[in-house]
Design a protein around this ligand. Structure first.
Ligand code: UDP
Ligand code: MG
Length: 326
């Protein structure tokens, strides 16, 4: 069986379109299919529409979270509830076209455990495209594991990998595409053209995007912490060298920048040095804070999400290859 996990946050305009396009693709797959819609605390008509589909098609399950927990948490919830031998993760706004599924699943049948999508063209604004590009390159530069460039969450995961994500990686702050790389197994990336949103507004606010980026960076590298050590070392060594020059200037009485050490009150040097060091110290205190905050969140062990209700129809009905008649 193949499960398709789709996080939904206020997508009332796109769900019918999404449902129709999936319904055109899934019956041809010959596998049993289920769709797991995760309602991430929508406050439009999304839930009503999804419930309607769940009632008429028993291949549809709806997982209602108790509030908006965010895209990554919604995906994690869906992964927990999906029961397929392969699990597809895709967005609910049709930016990941369902028509690509046969091609991706083919690779999975060939024996790949993770088939992830590489976004080849983006239909987003220039600013957003540039931000994404630089983010993935920075992440690649600093992260301890290899996270493929320009790969989003759209992917097919084998049951083995889903089990690892569900059971072996219980961390609270989830950057799913990073965890997916961390899991290992046989992975392959397929290029695809990322379409524009079919309808509605982007649900990722700038704040949510920045959070995602920081989770990606701080979750997968200790480099920012090490930078404190490196720059501390750099400042210490260079000030030692400068100090030696000043000492020599004092004893052998040669001028530095046209003035003799004795005559210069040294206010500027001290002020600049003080501000500079203060800035560096504050910067690294901020970085320490980022890690400490994350440790605090993990230590509290709060759930990643709370499921309020599962909506499914177990009566036989028109469905993707009669899922509950096994
Ligand atoms: N989404 C969600 N919870 C959120 C934000 C977004 O479940 O808090 C869903 C949204 O409904 C969509 C997917 O995550 O199906 C991707 O969101 P969006 O298209 O807004 O972001 P993009 O990745 O395209 O920038
Ligand atoms: Mg989108």
């Amino acid at each position: 069986m193949i499960s398709i996990v789709i996080p939904i946050y206020n997508e009332a305009e796109t769900i019918p379109l999404l449902y129709n396009r999936l319904s055109a693709v899934l019956p041809a797959l010959k596998d049993k299919c289920e769709i797991v819609f995760v309602d991430d605390g929508s406050h439009d008509e999304s839930l009503t529409i999804m419930n309607h589909y769940a009632n008429e098609n028993n291949a549809i399950r709806v997982l209602k979270l108790s509030r908006n927990f965010g895209h990554q948490a919604a995906i994690s919830a869906g992964l927990k509830y999906a029961s397929g031998d392969a699990v597809v993760i895709m967005d609910g706004d049709l930016q990941d076209p369902p028509e690509e599924l046969p091609r991706f699943l083919e690779k999975w049948r060939e024996g790949f455990d993770v088939v992830y999508a590489i976004r080849e063209k983006r239909k987003e604004g220039i600013f957003k495209r540039m931000a994404y590009r630089s983010f993935y390159r920075i992440l690649d530069l600093v992260s301890d594991i290899e996270i493929p460039l320009d790969s989003g969450d759209f992917c097919v995961l084998d049951r083995k990998v889903v089990n690892v994500l569900n059971n072996e990686l219980p961390e609270n702050i989830r950057f799913v595409r990073g965890l997916r790389s961390y899991a290992g197994f046989r992975q392959i990336g397929l290029k695809y053209e990322r379409h524009g949103r079919s309808a509605g507004q982007v649900k990722y606010t700038l704040k949510k995007l920045i959070k995602l980026a920081l989770d990606g960076i701080f979750g997968f590298t200790l480099l920012p912490l090490k930078m404190a050590t490196y720059s501390g070392l750099f400042v210490a060594v260079s000030s030692l060298a400068i100090g030696l020059v000043f000492l020599m200037a004092r004893f052998f009485n040669f001028p530095i920048l046209g003035a003799h050490v004795q005559d210069v009150p040294g206010f500027t040097t001290l002020a600049v040095g003080g501000f500079f060091l203060g800035g560096i110290i504050l910067l690294f205190m901020g970085i320490l804070g980022e890690y400490m905050g994350r440790i605090y969140i993990e230590v509290k062990q709060r759930p990643q999400y709370i499921v309020e209700q599962v909506i499914e129809n177990k009566q036989p009905s028109a469905s993707y290859n009669e899922i509950y008649d096994k």
